[in-house]
Design a protein around this ligand. Structure first.
Ligand code: SGN
Ligand code: CA
Length: 558
């Protein structure tokens, strides 16, 4: 572990001009020069599970409050829908090919420019708390406390300023406690910038004790395409391994293992067995069971008892139907269980966002703070029959974005501007009065945020770029890149295939009909190709199908 950065006397001196500035010096759009900044990020929380985005699944009152008192972005996109890469895009304001962190197996080059470093140099007090997932230690933070790898829901382990420690309790609560702790102990004469990054609601969706079973009587509406058969789509959609019906692990994902079984021992099968396929299948199953057992064993006896009582009826129901249910019935049943856990985990996020806002209010800093709520990418909640993300399809390319900052952002505005998460870095620098370096590829959203309607200014982007690399790997989503404009989406799947897809997003918002070979779309297709090439040149992704691309280096992080 590298040593954490400490605040030197020199830094404090350099910071002095900012003292008290958070409540003074208004610029033309009435924003003070040095607002506090909190980026709240969750992991795999998608807009389909936020009531402010019209979700029919659950209520998220505290997130809705952020939307009601700030701006909601209808069209914020990620350049690469997976954790580490998305985090690197946010930190650097650059696409994956430019910041080097293309897939979860990479190690982030922490020596490069990031917006927290630039804020720190400008006198901000900086903190990183929660899921980091970039393999190297955070740099540019006065305080950091990060989960190890993906992190654990119960009794999670952290590395805090270089030291490992285990905290008792539930991860979403603990990350909030740490965030409040940082704010309480900060140097109050300076503005702060805090990355408050949750593990929740990442797989395997383990709710807090107080939220166990809260949705067990809810029947969630199914997405129209839950039973999608991929007609008219290519080999990427067919070849994935993220179907709720087929690919969810009964134990790890759906908690279908009794307390009695969990108390037992699951030894891996020796590889000397003559039937290797059976052995490797058995070991796949065993590793998922052991993974669940390890997560379960982080709970106290009392917590385990409550857990077991919650899931026992689900296990009994499964046992009754598992041999007779049709595949469709099984998918539909699993979808309900998936939503019960996922939404219960979101409840924990929503409550904690409320708790942090209440704390900011109690110390008089709520309105001095730019609060951003986002996720590292969207997620499939049964659309196309899937869980997970990775595809350039709408449910996960699109990510939530709420920004509350009453000093400059009008309340209750919904923006349709095309935004990207590489815009966050320049936006924060802009509000903080720090010069935006020329090599940052995102654009400041400040003009959008300070407009009364959330409209994009003249000369705004009219398309977003996407490039996903992590294949072969988890969930078998093929490498692809593409462009999304307001009306269309063009995708190229490459590497072990060479297939194009074109979607008419107005007529076919769920991306069910690939019109790439439809003669009616010939002109649009060639226009989209030209726009894609132009965008690739502009952002410097000049060799997108690079065959030499090396994967699986340092794969511990996946
Ligand atoms: C883990 C999950 C995958 C998930 C990746 C990446 N498997 O490997 O389902 O796609 O993380 O997620 S699990 O068995 O560990 O749950 S990411 O959000 O970190 O990119
Ligand atoms: Ca994620």
């Amino acid at each position: 572990m590298k040593h954490t950065e400490t605040i030197t006397a020199g830094m404090r001196m350099a910071a002095l001009p900012l003292a008290g500035a958070a409540i003074a010096a208004c610029s033309a759009d009435k924003a003070p020069r040095h607002p506090n900044i909190i980026i709240m990020m969750t992991d795999d929380h998608t807009t389909q599970a936020m009531s402010c985005y019209g979700s029919p699944l659950l209520e998220t009152p505290n997130l809705d409050r952020l939307a009601d008192e700030g701006m909601l972005f209808e069209n914020c996109y990620v350049p690469n829908a997976i954790s580490g890469p998305s985090r690197a895009c946010i930190l650097t304001g650059k696409y994956s090919h430019a910041n080097g962190f293309t897939d979860n197996s990479r190690t982030f080059d922490g020596s490069q420019q990031t917006f927290p470093k630039l804020l720190h140099d400008a006198g901000y007090q900086t903190a990183m708390i929660g899921k980091w997932h970039l393999n190297s230690d955070p740099e540019g933070f006065d305080f950091w406390s990060i989960l190890i790898g993906q992190g654990e829901y119960y009794a999670p382990r952290f590395i805090e300023n270089g030291e490992e420690r285990t905290e008792q309790g539930y991860v979403t609560d603990i990350i909030t406690d740490k965030a409040i702790g940082f704010l309480e102990n900060r140097d109050k004469s300076r503005p702060f910038a805090m990355l408050y990054y949750h593990k929740a609601p990442h797989r395997n969706w383990m709710p807090a004790q107080r939220h166990l079973g809260i949705f067990d009587r809810t029947v969630f509406p199914e997405p129209e395409n839950l039973l999608d058969d991929y007609t008219g789509r290519g080999s990427a959609a067919r070849g994935q391994a993220m179907e709720i019906g087929r690919d969810m692990w009964p134990e790890w994902d759906l908690k279908l293992l009794s307390g009695e079984a969990l108390a037992g021992d699951f030894a891996m099968v020796e590889t000397g067995d003559p039937n290797k396929d059976d052995v490797s299948r058995a070991n796949d199953w065993l590793s998922s069971v052991r993974q669940y057992q390890a997560a379960y064993n982080r709970m106290t006896d009392e917590e385990k008892a409550r857990w077991n009582a919650t899931y026992a009826p689900r296990i009994a129901e499964y046992e009754k139907m598992k041999d007779t249910a049709t595949p469709e019935e099984m998918t539909r049943w699993k979808y309900q269980q998936y939503m019960r856990d996922y939404c219960a985990v979101i409840r924990g996020v929503d409550e904690n966002v409320g708790r942090l806002m209440d704390y900011l209010e109690s110390i008089g800093e709520l309105d001095n703070t730019i609060i951003v709520y986002t996720s590292d990418q969207g997620f499939f909640l049964g659309e196309h029959g899937w869980f997970d993300k990775r595809f350039m399809y709408e449910e996960c390319q699109r990510t939530p974005l709420l920004v509350r900052y009453p000093r400059a952002v009008k309340a209750g505005v919904r923006s349709s501007a095309l935004a990207m998460n590489i815009d966050f870095a320049p936006t924060m620098l802009d509000f903080a009065g720090v010069e935006i370096p020329a090599d940052i590829q995102g654009r400041s959203l400040r003009p959008v945020l300070t407009s009364a309607t959330g409209a994009a200014p003249e000369q705004w982007r009219d398309a977003v770029y996407y490039h996903y690399y992590e294949y072969p790997s988890w969930h078998s989503v093929k490498r692809h890149y593409g462009i999304r404009t307001e009306d269309y989406k063009l995708i190229h799947f490459y590497n072990d295939v060479d297939e194009w897809e074109l979607y008419d997003m107005r007529r076919d918002p769920h991306e069910m009909r690939n019109v790439y070979d439809d003669p009616a779309y010939a002109d649009i297709r060639s226009d989209m190709h030209a726009r894609l090439e132009r965008l690739q040149q502009e952002c410097g992704d000049n060799d997108p199908c690079e065959r030499e691309y090396e994967f699986f280096r340092g794969a511990d992080n996946l």
